[in-house]
Design a protein around this ligand. Structure first.
Ligand code: ATP
Length: 285
């Protein structure tokens, strides 16, 4: 049987937090059960059951909640090669007619490898960020260029073609589920949908832990910093905003330091920098 990759959900000591993602264990577990379990079935089981792998999923929810992070980690868990990441606006910004070509190219490597190796081929992950952008103009009467229409059609035809290719997984992402063309969401296409929402207090604590872990192990965070207190104070923060908070607290700590020394003293003084509770509270204001 194939050995699971070292950072795999199938290894006993697996922890989501070790992957640098906080507060999304449940979502991860659900996605795994609904979309990826068959990818790690023992050889032969998929044929025995007569099923097909899920070929596409859609992650949706507010910005900065870890969708991209999650998509990349899914790739690592499944031992896939480095994912190809594209975003909707980028594809559309190319010349009319070139957009379809861009979509075609996205799938080309995986198709080539599948032709050569069949089911022995590695898994290719294609991450489609801001998927809503290519859907905007489809069927809209607002005088769009019509590029969106044909790009979605091209994507649909590629996805339907993916049926024969077991080696592609498409991960779509959007902040605007309402904008996504329903045709993209049907079974056999982006068929598993998962909302990634803002973290709750427990999730925020996990995210704070992740983003301060270096500081803590290197002893540059003061003991007066209470992450649980900060988790309570950061209601409605996204993971990205929590990351930003940690960064700006370090700037406050640095500034505090610069004031007492001279610029010349900074290099030796750097040894003594500590990020304290006040730096975090200042950063929150
Ligand atoms: P967008 O919709 O804007 O593309 P996204 O949901 O894809 O946002 P990411 O790009 O994954 O968000 O997150 C941006 C950064 O914010 C990450 O690189 C990480 O530093 C931090 N972050 C966001 N969510 C989390 C999380 N759940 N755990 C840890 N860090 C997070």
């Amino acid at each position: 049987a194939k050995k699971p990759p070292p950072n795999s959900i199938l290894t006993p000591n697996f922890k989501f937090a070790d992957m640098g993602i906080g507060g999304l264990d449940e979502e991860f577990g659900a996605i795994f059960r609904r979309a990826f379990a068959s990818r790690v079935f023992p050889p032969g089981l998929v044929e025995k059951l007569g099923i097909q792998h899920v070929k596409g999923i859609l992650l949706y929810g507010p910005p900065g909640t870890g969708k991209t992070l999650m998509a990349r980690q899914i790739g690592k868990m499944l031992n896939a090669r480095e994912p190809k990441i594209v975003n909707g606006p980028e594809i559309l910004n190319k010349f009319v007619g070139q957009s379809e070509e861009n979509i075609r190219k996205l799938f080309a490597d995986a198709e080539k490898e599948y032709k050569e190796k069949g089911d022995e081929s590695g898994l290719h992950i294609i991450i489609f960020d801001e998927l809503d952008a290519i859907c905007k103009q489809r069927g809209s009467s607002q005088g769009g260029t019509g590029v969106g229409d044909s790009v979605v059609n091209q994507l649909l035809s590629k996805m339907d073609g993916v049926d024969q290719l077991n080696n592609i997984l498409l991960i779509g992402m959007t902040n605007r589920l309402d904008m996504i063309d329903e045709a993209l969401l049907r079974p056999g296409r982006l068929e598993v949908h998962m909302e990634i929402s803002l973290p709750d207090e427990k999730g925020r604590l996990q995210i704070l832990n992740i983003h301060t872990s270096k500081m803590r192990t290197n002893g540059v965070m003061d003991h007066d910093v209470d992450l649980a207190e900060l988790a309570a104070l950061t209601k409605n923060f996204s993971g990205a905003e929590i990351g930003g908070l940690v960064k700006s607290a370090t700037s406050f700590a640095f500034n505090r330091h610069v004031k007492v020394g001279t610029m010349a003293g900074i290099s030796e003084d750097v040894e003594n920098i500590r990020v304290n509770r006040n730096d975090f509270l200042n950063a929150l204001e």
